[in-house]
Design a protein around this ligand. Sequence first.
Ligand code: EPU
Length: 452
Amino acid sequence: MESLVSESSMPATPVQGHSLVIRGGRPLSGTVDVKGAKNLATKAMVAALLGDSASVLRDVPDISDVWVVRSLLEAHGVRVDAVEDGALRLDPSGAVSAHMEEIDAHAGASRIPILFCGPLLHLLGQAFIPDLGGCRIGDRPIDFHLDALRAFGAVVEKLPTGIRLSAPGGLRGANIELPYPSVGATEQVLLTAVRAQGTTELRNAAIEPEIMDLIGVLQKMGAIISYEPNRVVFIEGVDRLSGYDHRCIFDRNEAASWACAALATDGDIFVGGAKQQEMLTFLNVYRKAGGVFDIAEDGIRFRRGPELKPVVVETDVHPGFMTDWQQPLIVALTQARGTSVVHETVYENRLGFTRALVQMGADIVVHPQGIDAPGRRVPRRKLEQAAVINGPTPLHGADVQVPDLRGGYSYVIAALAAEGESTVRNIDIIRRGYARFLDKLTALGADFDVLG
Ligand code: EPU
């Protein structure tokens, strides 16, 4: 197989513009291993800035979001070394303000830079954050982040190219209630409060497993953080934090993606490193949709049962069904007999990717204002949408363009499930969140060529 540039060489900026030519209609079968979660590793790397000694992060995934954070840390004088397979040593002892141009070079590449604010304010008294990128799945504002930082005493100044922050009087603990249990805003508060003066009470916090793992990282560094079951987190600020040694929690989004690939292609995939507890909600839906799974000590095996069945799913914050799970699931649901409904309630624009599936033969209608259905949680969010999927419909090859990370993954598995040849363009986005993606496809028996 031709390699998609060097998947292990970790360039600072991903190469754009590769395509996959996929010959579908073959089940994906075999074993893939999932490593550290994208949504923890990148945040734990930022946390290393808060320590007064070096940190070691293990099972770091080889993905472009990690490369971006690594470059940003290096631009701020943090020394980052690959110390052994999949581990990074992060030494913040030489941390300095980065040059505007170096930070700006990352504008548009990721949303993680916003999480540098608190640590940089503690360390340097100021921070500059470029315009943020990340997947185009709605407006993705940062108002919760900025409001929280202001509550800690930061002064926020908006510039044409980004945001400048300063903390003339230092950062003080605050009482903060998030309007929505945002993952990023919860992380922002944690990373800022641990070194702020006094106690912070955060209400309506996100409680995703990756956030719990970040709390674990911060506790290893010396932070004092407790939480109540009702989304309330207390953080007692401390004067100093040290480095940590931590192994990232596994990537449950990647595990769910491969599980859906087995369902969609009628394959049989053992996902090494997948664990049950963090995937309980996913596994319930998987079973209801006609999937079968066997849980082992070292991973979970996923395959189809006798028939695929339609399901009604609503995405939600943890412990609900994750928004990042719906895209590959929808591909599998095109093969279920009957009508499935997927309500997207986390982002306002995360069903657009289904247009390409329709091009491939799927029967999917998106209702941009959402639809009512019995048993819905109340109150509904204003921004939700719904996809109605009628199946089974044979899928056929098409020429499609990857729109975002999870949508892109779902196009690849749709093309693998489809009869005939497909071209999936702009696959480099997939490297934001799937480590050694092409190697894994090859290991599972996929038939494809890389172009570009
Ligand atoms: N929101 C605001 N204002 C804010 C922040 C968020 O209105 O200041 C809204 C968002 O627009 C969205 C909702 O709150 O409608 C949830 O956003 P959240 O902050 O929870 O998401 P995030 O932190 O930006 C992370 C993951 C996403 C994942 C979501 C939900 C990272 C780097 N990204 O995003 O991952 O979908 O949480 O679990 O951790 C992906 O992996 O493909 C991905 C997009």
